[in-house]
Design a protein around this ligand. Structure first.
Ligand code: IPM
Ligand code: MG
Length: 368
């Protein structure tokens, strides 16, 4: 029997609740396909700060590197919120593990489950046919550039004005854009063959370089793929104006963060959006949403994005395409039968059957 080692990072807030449902589904898949998933668990985020004083303990990165794939739930919460640059933040754990594992490609599929069409704030005819893949650069740009904060006296005098001063740096190297562009073109070839490359080339130097490199790779190696540049502000607008026109959307790190939350809303809830973070080694799978501290511990969180991230793991790390399809079909079936967690329920649809987090996981397993 094949055994895969999965490193679980439950994190904070609703993390432990939703990851349990991901594990439930993995175990069921393992049973059906004769695979064995072996789990280790490690600390990341706020819980790691409480226990070890740092959001990404060395042992966690080691455990992740020693596994075949990492399943992460969510990190963060008001307990650890701070604007003090010297205090640890849970998000540093997330950014640290992305960097530490070299996960430069972040895939965020946006799809519509037909029975959830009502959950979107957009009109049904607008979201009809939406099926896009956001390819977000994940280890460069503003997130990882040099940054600094200067307090009153140090900051004073720069322009004759007193007060604090701070900066963040947006920097990209050619190889970083080169490799993410290839990922996007490869993804497009397996899909509808169209790439929108997002930038702000009318203002930013990094964007002008981004555009040049993306076009060079396209012209030399991927001329069969349709490529269109789109400015990030216009993209934000077109995503809700004509979302079905997008196939693959490639963006730098920060733009991708913002646009993927927007795109999630097209599908009705951020609770439905999964993600895969890939590099040259171990990959990491996580929902695109956060730790939802306001509903943590209540058993009402939506585990579907976590379960969909398990699906992406089966697909990308283990090439178990049948199992991945099973999960897709099972989720569709459960939703078609009217089962909803609170976030995707529609008050005007009396046939909706509201269930909690664990029950939703059970239903997916029953329908596998
Ligand atoms: C995401 C999240 C993270 C990000 C935060 C929690 C650091 O918003 O995965 O989209 O900005 O990348
Ligand atoms: Mg985000």
């Amino acid at each position: 029997m094949t055994t895969y080692k999965i490193c679980l990072l439950p994190g904070d807030g609703i993390g432990p609740e939703i990851i349990a449902e991901g594990v439930k589904v993995l175990d069921a898949v393992g049973k059906k396909y004769g695979m064995d998933f072996e789990y280790s668990e490690a600390l990341l985020g706020g819980c790691a700060i409480d226990e070890c004083g740092t959001a990404l303990p060395d042992e966690t990165l080691e455990a992740a590197k020693a596994s075949d794939a990492v399943l992460l739930a969510a990190v963060g919460g008001p307990k650890w919120d701070t604007t003090d640059p010297d205090k640890p933040r849970p998000e540093q754990g997330l950014l640290g593990i992305r960097k530490g594992l070299g996960l430069y490609t972040n895939l965020r599929p946006v799809q519509i489950f037909t029975s959830l069409a009502d959950a979107s704030t957009l009109k049904p005819e607008v979201i009809d046919g939406v099926d896009m893949m956001i390819v977000r650069e994940l280890t460069g740009g503003l997130y990882f550039g040099e940054r600094e904060r200067f307090y009153d006296e140090e900051g004073a005098g720069v322009d004759g004005k007193s007060g604090q001063r701070a900066y963040d740096t947006l920097e990209y190297r050619e190889y970083e854009i080169d490799r993410i562009a290839r990922q996007a073109f490869e993804a497009a070839r397996k899909r509808r063959g169209k790439v929108h490359s997002v930038d702000k080339a009318n203002v930013l130097e990094t964007s002008r370089m981004w555009r040049e490199i993306v076009h060079r790779i396209h012209d030399e190696e991927y001329a069969d793929v349709e490529l269109e540049d789109i400015l990030v502000d216009n993209c934000a607008m077109q995503l809700i104006n004509r979302p079905a026109d997008f196939d693959v959307v490639i963006t730098e790190n920060m733009f991708g963060d913002i646009l993927s939350d927007e795109a999630a809303q097209i599908s009705g809830s951020l609770g439905m959006l999964a993600s895969a973070s890939l590099g040259d080694g171990v990959a990491l799978y996580e929902p695109s949403h956060g730790s939802a501290p306001d509903i943590a511990g209540k058993g009402i969180a939506n585990p579907l994005a976590q379960i969909l991230s398990v699906q992406m793991m089966l697909q990308h790390s283990f090439n178990m395409l049948d199992a991945a399809n099973d999960i897709q079909r099972a989720i569709t079936a459960v939703l078609d039968k009217g089962y909803r967690t609170g976030d995707i329920a529609d008050a005007s649809t009396p046939s909706d059957k509201i269930v909690g987090c664990s029950k939703m996981g059970d239903l997916v397993v029953e329908n596998l």
